[in-house]
Design a binder for this molecule. Structure first.
Ligand SMILES: Nc1ncnc2c1ncn2[C@@H]1O[C@H](COP(=O)(O)OP(=O)(O)O)[C@@H](O)[C@H]1O
Ligand SMILES: [Mg+2]
Length: 310
């Protein structure tokens, strides 16, 4: 079943096209990722999906509702969490949850039980009376997630929810997301972390407002339009200079003492091609083809746009 169906969605800000003819199909019960650098249109898209921002063009259907026309009804079915965590800094943990509960018309015993349940689940017990402005990044993140799911929404829209926390908190947060998915929640989450993107069931790579790839991480890595070759050489800098000028090379990244080189898929023997090229420049090298990772996919996907200047 479809949770989100988007066709031809665009948003202009003056002369800037923040989101450009986007199509999305997201199934119920998936963690669907938006991966892309700052400014590629992740937040603008999510804000349009929530109904907070009017599209310049396109159609959005979420959980059977037409957006922005039926945005009010959608609010009851979605939880939205942003990178800045929309908490009331002067209210303590319980007061924040109370406030959110009342927005969703929870009251009396139901409200108290739900809040206690969330306090236990998200380990907020010890800090329940602490002002939220004084919490650590990880604590604020847990409170923010608790607030976003207080009304048990079937859909969560999360905009870079882990950009301000340490690695352990990020891992814990993802555990919580999978727990919600097991209960049937659909989650759209934006990130610029490759390890997080790799955990999604499916993911869209966005580049300058356009979707440049859309599949499971596994399929994206399998179908990458390049050979990935690790190159060990004594003169890493010179080898990099030589390789990155070639039209057959889609990317060269230095990793410690080696280079990770993305070679056009049309090249037949990528390892030999690199070795011979370097030999002709009096450089000796050992070249080994390896499996693609998501970062490789990202580099190839974001460089193949016609307007790309990289
Ligand atoms: N309210 C706004 N007014 C003008 N430009 C905006 C506004 N919001 C976003 N943009 C522009 O739209 C583009 C996409 O931004 P955004 O969706 O925030 O990207 P991301 O969340 O991926 O970092 C950027 O070029 C940004 O400067
Ligand atoms: Mg953003």
């Amino acid at each position: 079943m479809q949770a989100i169906k988007v066709r031809n969605l665009s948003r202009q800000f003056g002369s800037v096209t923040a989101v450009d003819s986007l199509d999305l199909d997201i199934s119920v019960g998936q963690v669907y990722g938006f991966l892309g650098p700052n400014g590629c249109g992740k937040s603008t898209t999510i804000r349009m999906l929530c109904g907070l921002l009017k599209p310049s063009a396109g159609e959005v259907n979420i959980l059977g509702l037409s957006i922005p026309e039926q945005a009010e009804a959608l609010k009851l079915k979605t939880g939205y969490m942003t990178q800045s965590y929309s908490l009331y800094r002067d209210l303590n943990v319980v007061e924040n949850l109370n406030f959110m509960a009342e927005i969703y018309s929870l009251s009396g015993r139901n409200k108290r039980l739900r809040i206690e349940e969330l306090i236990t689940r998200y380990q907020l017990g010890d800090i329940r009376h602490q002002i939220s402005g004084s919490l650590s990044g990880g604590q604020r993140q847990r409170l923010s997630l608790a607030a976003a799911v207080i009304h048990k929404p079937p859909l969560l829209l999360l905009d870079e929810p882990t950009s301000a926390v340490d690695p352990q908190s990020r891992r814990d947060f993802w555990e919580s997301l999978f727990e919600l998915v097991e209960q049937g929640t659909t989650i759209l989450v934006s990130t610029h972390f490759m390890d997080e993107a790799e955990r999604c069931h499916k993911l869209a790579i966005l580049d300058r407002g356009k979707k440049v790839a859309d599949d499971s991480p596994k399929n994206l890595m399998r179908d990458i339009n390049a050979h990935v070759v690790e190159v060990h050489t004594d003169s890493v800098a010179s080898a990099q200079d030589v390789l990155q000028c070639l039209p057959e090379i889609k990317g060269v990244t230095q990793l410690g003492l080696s280079l990770r080189v993305l070679v056009d898929r049309q090249v037949d023997q990528a390892e030999d091609f690199i070795r011979q090229t370097l030999t002709s420049h009096q450089l000796t090298a050992v070249a080994t083809q390896v499996k693609a990772n998501l970062e490789d996919v990202f580099v190839v996907a974001t460089m193949s746009q016609p307007s790309g200047s990289r």
